[in-house]
Design a protein around this ligand. Sequence first.
Ligand SMILES: [Zn+2]
Length: 291
Amino acid sequence: MQIIRRSTLLFYVLLGVILGGSAAVILWQAQVSPLWALLIPAMLLVWAGRRPLRRWRVAQQTFPDVWRQWLERSVPLYDALDDQARARFERDVLFFLDEWRFEGVAETTVQDRHRLAVAAGAALILHGRPDWELPTKRTILLYPDRFDDDYLEGGGADYDGMVHAQGPIILTRQAVEDSWAFPHNGDNVVLHELAHLFDFTHAEAVGVPTLMDPASAEAWEALVQREMQRAARGQSLLRPYAAENGAELFAVAVENFFERPTALKRRHEELYNALVNFFNLDVAALHQESL
Ligand SMILES: [Zn+2]
């Protein structure tokens, strides 16, 4: 996440020059002062500058010590980063918390630790790609307990989290807390649901992340099929749920990539390397260096 992306800045500068220049020519031909054309880049500056200005203000905030201590304890990769990378990670957490809305369902209180747990997942997933944003912005709904297909809690309810092509990300309070309480078990509902956001091409998630280079998409699909078969046979580091479909394979693989990178690299080297390319982050090497 950045205060403003270079490509966005370039886009608005070009737009300002083209529109402002055209308006100046028209005004000059109409014998009106062409200086009025400056209003166009000025309006563009106000319009396009809102988010960067907000992010710049957020970036000036002090990161609370108690949050830093939580990150050190709970997010192994954060612990492995150097000071500069940590500062960027913390800034991403602040951006996320400023821009994403959290709501508790059925009198569930959303506490800082829940908000921080989700924001840490977003900062982690985006860390290797400072130019990326999460593909969409959603509300996070925090449920008090597991829920079923009808979003009802109680007997038979077995979902810890859910996200569709549209609508909020639904997470249970307990699963969010457990996500980072056991950061090496390859089970992290926050990373899982955020990973799905990369995967909503058109109407449904098919396991080919939106930002993936089309040239590598075909090889990725073949790899996903092979990994799904391994998961279905129980010969995978990934839990059997990964065999459900391509989208779940990707989401479960992301959980393992960040939580058990060394084991994933050893047992699923091709999958691990594909994820290193996608996230631009060699998590296993980072973990190794920090030991
Ligand atoms: Zn899923």
